[in-house]
Design a protein around this ligand. Sequence first.
Ligand code: ARG
Length: 462
Amino acid sequence: NTGKLWGGRFAGGPSPELDALSRSTHFDWRLTPYDLAGSRAHANALHRAGLLTDADHAALLRGLEALGERYSAGTLLPDPFDEDVHGALERLLVEEVGADVGGRLRAGRSRNDQIATLFKVFLRDHAAVVAAQVLDLVDALTAQARDHLDVTMPGRTHLQHAQPVLLAHHLLAHAWALLRDVDRLKDWDARVAADSPYGSGALAGSSLGLDPEGVAAELGFTGSTANSIDGTASRDFVAEFAYVAAQIGIDVSRIAEEVILWSTKEFGFVTLHDSWSTGSSIMPQKKNPDIAELARGKAGRLVGNLSGLLATLKALPLAYNRDLQEDKEPVFDSVDTLEVLLPAFTGMVATLTFDGARMAELAPQGFSLATDIAEWLVREGVPFRIAHEVAGACVRRCEELGIELDQLSDEQFAEISPALTPGVREVLTVEGSVGSRDGRGGTAPVRVREQLAELTAVVDGH
Ligand code: ARG
């Protein structure tokens, strides 16, 4: 049939079973605009090398453009017998401009350098989309932090009350993690941009005097690959993208888990907006954090895509092997998963209502000011080992009496240690505790305001 890119050395056509196994158009068709852009750049390189007449070159460009228009209109479709996007587009180009002209384009290139190149361009485009979406989530977290600069809450370690913190400080912790993911996407992009594989051919490079640097520049790369085997055989750029996608999923899932906990009756820290939560088909009262749960679930899926891909790449000999076709579906899935998840998640975060009074009420409970007593003693000249013991004794006494630390009388403090003069009360409020943690990176309001400005500057730099 006319859709095959090979066949000269075969007596008969492939079996239908082989065709069914080999076919990839059902997932790689979305690469069409990228393949066409690569073909345009390649046609230009052939023309520059003197391998295409002006007329043939112009005809090819017109044909490629026509295919692009049909694709945008949704009318360009592969046939069932097309093996992959590359073969289908060559068939369609030949139908468009005739076999003599259309048949010249494949000179000096292989699907191996083609796919490696256009998958890079595709992922670079989506890395930019995902980075912008992550920045939107950072904005939503930052806005919530800015709106709640005076709200205190129980900071936790081991999920137990640890020390009071500002809600804004907690929210910004998530924002910083997400900003590192945006950095990772940018680092990744710079590495990928330097390495256009076009010109590598199947594995050994081209004898046709083509101009890989020119093709690279035309496709938005900053350089072309130094090694044609590496150019066609390596997929670490795919694995690295899948890792960053998984890391974003994991960072989002950590926020998700907190939203799920915080929206329970027991916590009562947040209420979800009606438009960003779901109901139950049987229990009329339910309001469920489905977006957060889907985020938590999809993080697992993103990790799965990464591990599947690494398993495909492990021990694969150089250069191209057909196994590499398996690199697409998992990463397409990671891209699609994030691009649908992030906007919903951002909407949920942006519309959360926090119960500041509830959070503040719980902030000092569970003896979360014990560290403040110990550090106050240190400032009074007591060695920390002793201060820790004394503060621990205060907690024990409170547990016996069923009271909180600030309810101990002056006499009870003095009984525990003469160093515990009434001055200790200045740190036995949540505001005193939070305000005292004013070293860089601390939760003191003055520091958190600075942090907000610092983070906003980083966001603005992206
Ligand atoms: N569709 C293949 C892929 O996604 C590219 C084709 C390479 N095929 C080949 N027989 N060398 O990797």
